[in-house]
Design a protein around this ligand. Sequence first.
Ligand code: FMN
Length: 189
Amino acid sequence: MNILNKLEEGNIYEVLIATENGDGTLNIKPFGVKFEEQHFVLHLFPNKTLFNIKQKKSFTVYFTNDVLAYTNALFGLLDDFDKDFAVECEVENISSDQVADSYGKNIAAIITAKVIKIIEHDKTLPIINRATNHIIDLLVEFSRYSFMDVDKQTQFVEKIESTENIINKCGNKKHKKALNLIKKELKQE
Ligand SMILES: Cc1cc2nc3c(=O)[nH]c(=O)nc-3n(C[C@H](O)[C@H](O)[C@H](O)COP(=O)(O)O)c2cc1C
């Protein structure tokens, strides 16, 4: 069975994207990817991943439920992680888009890529974990922390506190570790 059949057209999935740096090492960071007409579409703000994709015209998408992998990846601490499956992609098109959101106006690059190769690792159950969703939500906001005004930063700190209650109720050790990493990184901001 083609594992891509598990993905729904038009849905955005949280994934890790690996790109190759100039020195041959990998940069692996969390992103949202849209599955559209059997292609993967990324919306990227100016970052290292976009730079690498423009250079090499390729990237690998890792699907994983490993909450610590997303946390460690965002903070540049990623070592090994549980992979469900990986998809190697080749860029077909790069265009740009003006994005207006609560952080102001930005230019995002839209990357459309075709699938070259599918590598299946562990096929875990497709579960939706409430605590994982909360951590991912915090990570997305954290990645934009430096663009927040003081009010939004205060709200974000409050959100961490309320998420802590949820994690204590329905999370596991990995969720607690992820939350502690977020709090530690926040102190360094
Ligand atoms: C779950 C998750 C989804 C994200 N999705 C996107 C995205 O779709 N586009 C984007 O530009 N940044 C996204 N980010 C933020 C990037 O991961 C973050 O800016 C990262 O530091 C980029 O690293 P790089 O400069 O090494 O590429 C996301 C972050 C998280 C935690």
